[in-house]
Design a protein around this ligand. Structure first.
Ligand code: DP6
Length: 339
C-alpha cells in the first residue's frame, strides 16, 4: 500500500437548509453575528460531502465537483481552515475535496451545506472533538446559514451578541412536525446570482428604509412560527414564513441601489403558489438570494403539489426543473482510521 502523507483525512456530509424565518443582515460582519434569529428546515435532497486532509499538500487547495476553487470563494475556505488550525495548534496546509448536489450560488443554499460540511470535516481532520454547538459556531464563521445545517429537521439560530452566544440548535418539535413537512424547490434559474447574499444584505442594512421595520416585525414572526411548530400547525407556519420572506425581499427592493432577485418567472411562480392554495392545496412560498421559489408543503401532498405547479407553470417557465425534498438529517462525520 502506498503510504499517504499527512494526518488522517475526515469526510463530512451536511444538508442544505431553507429558512422559514430569515436571516438577512449582520450585526458583526467579521464574526457573522446576525441582526435577527432565524428558523430553518434541513432538506434531505440537497447536500454537500467534503473531505479534508491536513499535511499532504504544500498550500491549501480545494476542488468543488472536480473544479479548483479560486478567488473569493477560496479565501473564505482558507479563513475557515485558519480558525481550525489555530484551535488545533497545527500549521499544516489542507487538501479539500467537495462534492455538491446543490446548484451552486443559485440561492439554493449551497454555502449552508458547504460550510457546514467543511467545518465538520476540517475539525475532525485536525483532531478536534467539537460538540454540535461548537460546530454550529464554527460553520457560522464560514457562512451564517451554515450554522443551521449542523442539525436535521427544524433548527433555530439564536442571533446572540458574540461568538459564544450565536449558534443554532434543534427546535422543540413535540408533534414531530418536521417529518410531516416537504419543500418543492422550483429551479427557475440555476445560474450564478448577480448580487451575493453577503453584498445584498450589507446594502439592505445600510440603505433600506424598510429594513428596521422588518427587523421589528421579525421577532413576532419567529414567535408565531415557533408557536405553530409547537402546535403542529402547518398552515400557520406556512402563512408566517411567506410573510417573513416577502418582507425580506421588500427591504431589498428599497435598498440603494435596489436588490431585486425576482424575475418574471419568480413572479409567475409566486402567483401559481397562491392559486394552488386557492385550489385547496397546502402551499406557501419562500425565496432567498436568487430567483428560485421554494414551496413549503406537507410531506403527504408534496408530489401532488409538485405536479400541480409544474402543470400550471408549463407555459410561463418552460425550462422549469423541480426538486421535491423532505426533512433531512444533521451533519455526519467519519474520520479515516489511523494506521
Ligand atoms: C437569504 O448565510 O449565505 O438565504 O452569512 O454572508 O454567508 P453569509 O450569508 P448566507 O445568507 C443567507 C441568507 C438567506 C436567508 C437565510 O438563509 O436565512
Amino acid at each position: 500500500m502506498t503510504p499517504v502523507r499527512g494526518l488522517p483525512a475526515a469526510t463530512a456530509t451536511a444538508h442544505a437548509n431553507i429558512a422559514l424565518i430569515k436571516y438577512w443582515g449582520k450585526a458583526d460582519d467579521d464574526l457573522i453575528i446576525p441582526v435577527t434569529p432565524s428558523l430553518s428546515l434541513t432538506l434531505d435532497a440537497l447536500y454537500t460531502t467534503t473531505t479534508v486532509r491536513f499535511g499532504a499538500v504544500a498550500a491549501d487547495t480545494a476542488t468543488l465537483d472536480g473544479e479548483p476553487v479560486t478567488g473569493k470563494a477560496m479565501a473564505r475556505i482558507v479563513a475557515l481552515l485558519d480558525l481550525v488550525r489555530q484551535r488545533a495548534g497545527i500549521d499544516l496546509a489542507a487538501e479539500v475535496t467537495s462534492v455538491n448536489t446543490v446548484p451552486t450560488a443559485a440561492g439554493l443554499a449551497s454555502s449552508a451545506s458547504g460550510f457546514a460540511a467543511l467545518a465538520g470535516a476540517a475539525a475532525a481532520a485536525a483532531g478536534l472533538d467539537l460538540t454540535d454547538r461548537e460546530l454550529s459556531r464554527l460553520a457560522r464563521r464560514g457562512s451564517g446559514s451554515a450554522s443551521r445545517s449542523i442539525f436535521g429537521g427544524l433548527a433555530v439560530w439564536h442571533a446572540g451578541t458574540d461568538d459564544e452566544t450565536s449558534y443554532a440548535e434543534p427546535v422543540a418539535d413535540p408533534t414531530g412536525l418536521a417529518e410531516k413537512l416537504a419543500m418543492v424547490v422550483l429551479v427557475l434559474d440555476a445560474g450564478e446570482k448577480s448580487v451575493s447574499s453577503r453584498e445584498g444584505m450589507r446594502r439592505t442594512v445600510q440603505t433600506s428604509p424598510d429594513y428596521r421595520p422588518w427587523v421589528e416585525a421579525h421577532a413576532g414572526h419567529l414567535d408565531e412560527a415557533l408557536a405553530a411548530v409547537e402546535a403542529g400547525d402547518l398552515p400557520r407556519l406556512g402563512a408566517v414564513a411567506e410573510t417573513n420572506a416577502a418582507g425580506m425581499h421588500a427591504t431589498m427592493r428599497s435598498a440603494v441601489p435596489p436588490v431585486d432577485y425576482l424575475t418574471d418567472a419568480s413572479r409567475a411562480a409566486l402567483q401559481a403558489v397562491r392559486d394552488a392554495r386557492e385550489a385547496g392545496l397546502p402551499a406557501w412560498a419562500t425565496m432567498d438570494a436568487g430567483p428560485n421559489v421554494k414551496v413549503l408543503t406537507s410531506a403527504g401532498r408534496a408530489v401532488e403539489v409538485d405536479a400541480w405547479l409544474r402543470d400550471r407553470l408549463a407555459a410561463s417557465a418552460p425550462g422549469l426543473a423541480t426538486v421535491v425534498a423532505y426533512a433531512g438529517p444533521g451533519l455526519t462525520v467519519t474520520r479515516e482510521a489511523t494506521a
